[in-house]
Design a protein around this ligand. Structure first.
Ligand SMILES: C[S@@+](CC[C@H](N)C(=O)[O-])C[C@H]1O[C@@H](n2cnc3c(N)ncnc32)[C@H](O)[C@@H]1O
Length: 241
């Protein structure tokens, strides 16, 4: 068994152990989809700076398959374009911690052939997991910049998935491919935009982190109601219209 496969199995086991309940389909997705092709480099914090870590060595592999967030863009500077001395600023894109991804994917309850819209492609790793769960033909993922979507699309192709990867503002005009059975945001939102409810089929599910931070905080989990609103919980206390 290769070191990469061993690390991937350990991560899937850690993700399963860390969650109170996790569907076997989500655990299988983590077993089947490698994380390392999506994070050939990431930033590590060094005082006030974010310094790029590159290279396929043991330390890199351990970090890639740890249940941790990996920052990949700071102040709009993609880690693969960063100088070796590092950059300062605020993290603007990352690969979410796998444990949190697993809980969100579990809440999303993706079925084969579901039409899925992901807001926040980032590295493309979560999109790859969505492709494994739904099938790539019905997955659409969007992010803010050409740099992010081009890199993610290339890596998704490398691992054998060809979903629609688009540069778009998730708060703007919804992409083609809807209405969607499942909508997931990987960036935090203050409230679920009306457009997402409109783009979701009745009985469909929306999952999003609520708050201001990149990725973290409480997660809202809504089911689209026949009256057009959303019922659910996690980040809210009743229907959201
Ligand atoms: C936590 S990261 C993405 C994690 C990603 N799913 C992964 O597996 O790597 C959140 C992403 O949301 C993107 N984002 C933030 N606001 C957005 C918006 N309004 N529309 C689309 N993407 C957005 C950021 O650029 C960032 O790449």
């Amino acid at each position: 068994m290769t070191a990469e496969l061993e690390a991937r199995i350990e991560l899937a086991q850690a993700v399963e152990r860390g969650a109170s309940v996790l569907s076997s389909r989500v655990v299988e997705a983590f077993l089947n989809v490698p994380r390392h092709p999506f994070v050939p480099a990431f930033y590590r914090r060094d005082g006030a700076k974010y310094v790029p870590t590159r290279g396929h060595n043991d330390a890199w592999l351990r970090a890639v398959y740890a249940d941790d967030v990996l920052v990949t863009e700071v102040g709009g500077v993609h880690v693969e374009d960063a100088p070796d001395c590092g950059v300062t600023g605020v993290a603007t894109s990352s690969s979410t911690a796998p444990g949190l991804m697993a809980e969100m994917l579990d809440a999303l309850d993706v079925r084969p052939a579901d039409r899925v819209w992901e807001i926040g492609t980032g590295t493309g790793y979560n999109a790859a997991l969505l492709c494994h769960l739904a099938g790539a033909a019905t997955v659409t993922t969007v992010d803010r910049t050409a740099r992010l979507v081009d890199a993610a699309q290339g890596r998704l192709h490398e691992v054998g998935f060809a979903p629609a990867v688009l540069r778009a503002d998730g708060a703007g005009t919804p992409p083609a491919g809807g209405p969607f059975d499942r909508i997931i945001a990987t960036c935090a939102v203050r409230r679920v935009p009306t457009a997402w409810l409109e783009q979701c089929v009745t009985g469909g599910v929306i999952v999003a982190p609520i708050g201001n931070a990149l990725g973290g905080g409480a997660v809202v989990h809504l089911t689209k109601l026949p009256d057009g609103g959303g019922g659910g919980g996690g980040g809210g206390d009743g229907p959201i219209h």
